[in-house]
Design a protein around this ligand. Structure first.
Ligand code: ADQ
Length: 743
């Protein structure tokens, strides 16, 4: 609009100037035309009155002639008329004949020219016409016409000319602006089409792509340029940034200043619990919370989660909001309330009896019930509504967390088509054959493909997902860019390995390692130099706790020198106790520990100390620092943060990590002793190797692992996803697409 005004105003001024300049010319032209008309009119009048006038002259009736002339001048235009018999005579004339016109001076009005005479009532036109006849008296007639109407007409004409040019200016400039706009839009559409790799012009409605080979090199060059710029920026960013909460915050301020950020997860970052008539605030020990908190603090966004605390309802405002962190509020939690039936169907049922075993190869059969599915759909819908009601803009950035919300991306996309939706799947993705078990597989896949970016921990999980989509949906899969186009939108499938905060909080590593060793051994009734192993997990069948115990039993069988000299402390947090499979698993774990302890525990400290309870993160770190080895034996794990936490805890560069090959972490920490948890002999050998590993080798391995965890920390995980989202939004603005880009 501003551009149009900038163009139209000068054009109007120029045309107004032209109109002003040509006005005198128009004036002169119109006066000339009227003078010619009046001359002709005068001749006609002379012809008409000549005969009766000559009769009167012949009869010598001068008074009658004057009266005749007065009558004629009643005509609106004819102002005066006179008759001169000769230059010496006095004119016989109407009363109105100006005094300046006398018979003696008539010659001047016969000379070529305008014959205009100025008077008080305006310009007058004077015409002198000979009245020649052989038979009758001759002489000259003077006809004076009133020209004031000519002046009036001339003014009107000037005005018309002015308006005409103004109108012309507006019409011409509007046409020019419209043509310019259309050409610009056409050019931009063409460029966008080129950048999308389409032809320059699309046949409206046909979807046909004309092949314009001449433009392909330009498109290729532009695409390459944009890609190179992005890669260069990202490489520069990632190589140069030391990822800390501060750098993440600074990047968010720079790249996503003022953007509307919404996080959705099942678990909330702060839980209000009522205990002994007091309300306590709990922070769940969760990698997800650690990763996302700095984002929320930096962007002052909204975190939507299930309000699961016993005092959660008491502390929210009327919009179910509460500002957190309590000591220094920086963002808000929006709590979503679920009924017992909803929680049973959506959380325990479909999410944890269906999707969890489906995605983990742990040989526990998934259970799918249509009633659970109905609750899962309903709860996802409930959260989608919450997202829409919390969105402050048309295109918020929504970070959807985990398998509880597979349908949410599509539901949000339907309401907010321009949103940038990043879904992160914290658990593995199975191969297509395994996934086909899910009766609602197409709906789950379509739901997830509402995302702009879909993140997994490992490339292997990305590959499995893309293979699954390729197998079951009518979608276009581009394996070079790893994007899936489905239903007119495309989703980028990306690998973002999650991690932990680095450096760990001072409070976690405050207590010196020797003190941790002493205190933990004392606390568990173990001698001061006793060999100690540690396992920290939720009591979940995917964590391979039974396989771990079997390996310890095998160690005792194969290397009896460790009996009474080695104890493994298993800290197991109770989890999902509403599910029968978990109750059964806990009973099995307890029974197995008891059996092994009774077999090998007679000669001193037991091989296994099982602590089925939740510990504060600080206590967990104390165990990590006290142990000689940490054993992570997951049967299948998206990442496994415990492995990284153990590495972070060991600032003394001691301790050995034994890590299952089926964890995402195994791909990042090859300096750990990588084992197959199903192979008890191999695991026992790894335990033995860890217990006899020289301090120098422990140090070398630990240093390398600490370097990796420090560099690829959780701030990098969050930062990379958001930088990708920011780049996607920039690209969308350039190519005129939003959210998950049009395919
Ligand atoms: P989880 O299956 O919960 O996470 P994990 O990554 O090991 O597994 O994280 C567990 C967290 O809980 C760790 O921070 C650990 O310290 C803590 N924790 C475990 N037992 C505890 C106890 N008894 N007391 C106190 N704290 C305890 C899911 C996926 C993983 C993925 C994460 C993050 O299954 O594969 O790594 O999400 O994406």
């Amino acid at each position: 609009m501003r551009l149009s005004l900038r163009f139209v105003l000068p054009l109007i001024l120029v045309l107004a100037g032209i109109a002003y300049a040509i006005a005198p010319l128009v004036d002169r032209l119109t006066v000339g035309w009227f003078v010619r008309d009046l001359d002709i009119r005068a001749s006609l009048i002379v012809n008409a009155i000549q005969e009766p006038l000559q009769e009167q002259l012949a009869a010598g009736r001068k008074a009658k002639i004057n009266e005749f002339f007065n009558r004629i001048t009643l005509d609106e235009r004819l102002y005066a008329i006179g008759y001169c018999a000769s230059p010496a005579d006095k004119a016989l004339a109407s009363r109105s004949l100006p005094a300046d016109i006398r018979c003696a001076g008539l010659d001047r009005w016969e000379e070529p020219g305008d014959h205009l005479l100025a008077s008080a009532r305006g310009p007058l036109h004077v015409a002198v016409k000979p009245m020649a006849s052989e038979a009758a008296p001759s002489g000259r007639l003077v006809l004076v016409h009133d020209m004031s109407f000519v002046t009036r007409r001339s003014e009107e004409t000037k005005l018309y000319v002015f308006y005409f040019f103004m109108g012309l200016a507006i019409v011409v400039s509007m046409i020019t602006v419209i043509i310019a706009q259309l050409s610009w839009r056409g050019w931009m559409t063409g460029m966008r089409a080129l950048l999308r790799g389409e032809g320059l012009l699309r046949q409206p409605g046909s979807g046909a792509q004309p092949n314009l080979p001449g433009f392909k090199p330009i498109a290729r060059d532009l695409q390459r340029l944009i890609h190179e710029l992005e890669v260069e920026t990202r490489t520069r960013d990632e190589a140069q940034i030391t990822w800390t909460p501060e750098s993440l915050r600074a990047i968010l301020h720079g790249e996503l200043r003022g953007e509307d950020i919404i996080v959705v997860s099942n678990r909330e970052p702060y839980i209000h619990q009522r205990r002994n008539n007091r309300i306590e605030v709990q922070r769940p020990a969760s990698g997800l919370v650690t990763a996302l908190e700095p984002i929320m603090r930096a962007c002052s966004g909204t975190w939507i989660a299930h309000g699961s605390g016993s005092a959660d309802r008491e502390v929210v405002d009327k919009h179910d909001h509460i500002a957190v962190p309590p000591e220094n509020p920086a963002y808000q939690i929006r709590r979503v309330w679920l009924t017992a039936e909803e929680e049973a169907g959506y959380y325990y049922g479909f999410s944890n009896e269906g999707m969890w075993p489906l995605c983990h190869i742990a040989h526990v059969r998934p259970t799918f019930r249509s009633a659970d599915w109905a609750q899962y759909v309903a709860v996802n819908r409930k959260f989608a509504k919450a997202v829409v009601s919390e969105a402050r803009t048309e295109n918020p950035i929504v970070l959807v967390q985990d398998y509880h919300f597979a349908l949410l991306p599509k539901m949000i996309r339907e309401e907010l088509p321009d949103a940038t939706i990043i879904t992160f799947w914290h658990i593995p993705w199975p191969n297509p054959e395994s996934f086909a078990i899910c009766p609602w597989r197409d709906e789950v896949l379509a739901g997830m493909l509402g995302s702009s970016i879909l993140g997994f921990h490992t490339q292997f999980h990305c590959n499995n997902f893309v293979d699954t989509v390729d197998r079951f949906l009518e979608a276009r899969v581009d394996r070079e860019s790893f994007t899936v186009s489905f239903g007119g939108k495309s989703t980028a499938v990306r690998r973002y390995p999650i991690s932990i905060a680095w450096p760990p909080e001072e409070e976690m590593v405050h207590k010196p390692v020797p003190d941790c060793r002493n205190d933990i051994r004392k606390m568990n009734g173990l001698p001061p130099e006793h060999n100690l192993g540690i396992g920290v997990d939720r009591l979940d069948y995917t964590k391979g706790i039974m396989e771990r115990f079997r390996a310890i039993e095998r160690l005792m069988e194969l290397n009896p020198e460790w009996i009474g000299r080695f104890t493994f402390v298993q800290v197991a947090a109770p989890t999902r106790l509403g599910i029968e499979e978990y109750q059964h698993h806990e009973a099995q774990v307890r029974a197995m520990a008891t059996r092994i302890n009774s077999r090998f525990g007679g000669q001193g400290p037991p091989p296994i100390v099982l602590k089925v309870e939740h510990h504060e993160p600080r206590e967990v770190y104390e165990y990590f620092r006290a142990a000689d080895l940490c054993f992570v034996s997951s049967l299948h794990d998206g990442m496994n943060l415990v492995a990284k936490e153990f590495v972070a805890a060991r600032d003394d560069n001691r301790g050995v990590l034994i890590l299952s090959q089926f964890t995402g972490a195994a791909r990042e920490l090859p300096e750990a002793l990588i084992v197959n948890p199903y192979d008890a002999d191999q695991c026992a050998a790894a335990l033995h190797l860890a217990l006899i590993m020289p301090a120098t080798e422990q140090r070398d391995r630990m240093r390398l692992m600490r370097g990796i965890v420090a560099e690829f920390n959780v701030f990098r995980w969050a930062g990379r996803m958001l930088l990708d989202a920011a780049a996607m939004r920039r690209r969308s603005r350039l190519t005129g697409k939003a959210g998950s880009s049009k395919a």
